[in-house]
Design a protein around this ligand. Structure first.
Ligand code: FES
Length: 282
């Protein structure tokens, strides 16, 4: 276990995590919450927004060693502080819908970034008052804090897979072509039924009109069991964090999931056997 892995075991952080999660979930963001998750672009928005403050602060650090560039450096420091706000909001909204071990690492990540923002805000103020050396020192300290935050963000994204599409492996675990999954009477009308196709769990739902829908059963957000979810209005709602997927094509119509569920084609044989096929399999 690395020292970064150890962060995810820091149970003492839970005393802060629980009220903070309630507070973030309680923010009246409406549909903006899904935009902040990144649902319209199909992956998390937070890493995209982070590019602006990080780019501004790195550029300011370069200008700090260029003679006569103090005014522009201060401008970039200020831009970084302002643009950190939407990036942080997107990060908090994602954070509030993660596993507890991810949330512990995420809290330390957020603390590092908050320190960076504070240091850069101080840097901007002191530069404006003519205390350039102190402003530069605070800026370089801010860059260290932001870099630490960035490293923790990378650990969260790649080691702990926060924000990754958990349904991505599905096509690679399946053989091409049609596969039987049971007989039509095995699927009671309106009930969510779980079936295994090789290593891939499936969610099978037969509508009152007889149409059968089949999706990958593990939620693309964090692998929640969709067969335990609520079925309503042609959709299934994940029981873990409330993502909603359309049964007919797997489209995610509410986050935090930013990726759709793999959706299977369905064929019913004359003898009542249900076959499924994932077009992208293999
Ligand atoms: S696992 Fe989080 S919404 Fe499904």
């Amino acid at each position: 276990m690395t020292s970064l892995d150890a962060l995810s075991r820091l149970e003492k952080l839970d005393a802060v995590i629980n009220p903070a999660q309630r507070a973030v979930r309680g923010l009246p963001l409406g549909r903006l919450r899904d935009v902040l998750h990144g649902l319209p672009i199909g992956h998390p928005l937070h890493p995209v927004l982070v590019q602006i403050p990080m780019g501004a602060w790195l550029s300011a650090a370069v200008l700090d060693v260029v003679p006569g560039a103090g005014r522009n450096a201060r401008l970039l420091v200020g831009l970084g502080v302002l643009s950190a706000a939407p990036a942080a909001l997107a990060g908090w909204v994602d954070w509030a819908e993660q596993h507890e071990d991810q949330m512990r690492t995420g809290l330390v990540h957020a603390a590092s970034v908050a320190a960076a923002i504070g240091l850069y805000a101080g840097s901007w103020v002191h530069r404006g008052r003519g205390r350039t050396a102190l402003g530069k020192a605070l800026g370089f300290a801010g860059l260290c804090a932001a870099g630490t935050g960035g490293m923790l963000g990378g650990h969260l994204a790649f080691r702990q897979a926060a924000g990754a599409n958990k349904a991505e492996p599905v096509p690679h675990l399946l053989e091409e072509g049609w596969h039987p999954v049971g007989r039509v009477e095995d699927f009671p009308v309106g009930e969510a039924v779980r079936r295994e196709l090789g290593e891939v769990p499936l969610l099978v739902i037969r509508e009152p009109g007889g149409r059968i829908h089949v999706l990958a059963e593990r939620c693309s957000h964090l692998s929640g069991p969709l067969s335990d979810g609520k079925i309503a209005d042609g959709c299934v709602e994940c029981p873990w964090h409330g993502s909603i997927f359309r049964l007919s094509d797997g489209a995610n119509i509410r986050g935090p999931a930013t990726a759709p569920q793999p959706s299977f084609q369905v064929r019913l044989d004359d003898d009542g056997t249900v076959h499924v096929r994932l077009p992208s399999a293999g």
